[in-house]
Design a protein around this ligand. Sequence first.
Ligand SMILES: [Mg+2]
Length: 242
Amino acid sequence: MSLGTDVETAIRSLPRDSMVFLDYDGTLVELSPDPETTYPDSELVSLLDAVSARYETYIATGRSLLEITEFLGNRYNIIALHGAVLMKRGQEPRYLVDATKYIEYCNSAFSRRNDFISRYPGLKITNKQGGIVFILWRLSPRDSGSLVSELRNMAAESGMDLYLGKRIAELRIPGINKGTAIRMLRESRPALIAGDDITDEDSFILNQDALTIKVGDGPTAARYRVGDVKEFRGILRMLSVP
Ligand SMILES: [Mg+2]
């Protein structure tokens, strides 16, 4: 594996007081049609331990706090729900925005999950306590289309944002994203930010002074790019050694 010399040089000269913000799915682990199964491998855990020991590190994910701590435990700082929830290691989690009415809306939509699944065979639904995810991997294109129009109506009804990602659709809390959360936490400190999805573009665009790395294909506002999750492990290795 060879990483671009540019990104390597940039990482070597990353200031010691830098913060590190790492997306989880598609960046630290491969994407999966069964996202409840993507536990970290032992190499990843060792690398994250080493990187966290050197830099103030956050896992910045769209997942719920419950899901991500199921995978990683309480050993890292976490930004969950696309920036809506912050949990610093050893501290109580807190919502960065008022999420009460959105949590209620998601609970009510989730209570109708059997109805959704009977109408859209193969659908998976996850309630994230402030967001709800519809996993479309196993839906026909036609069913995906009708579900998405239904979700547009639900977004309008609830005031939530509808996000369409890589074979998922999600209703999200409006007014917050990873980019704004990261920017707020940094308070202008130097940072490395890495991610693979459209949601990570907010982080790149709102933190243009940071060392930003896109994982995988597609248009990006990031300064650097690596090909895939495996190649990003190379970046983690570089960050982990003094
Ligand atoms: Mg991702």
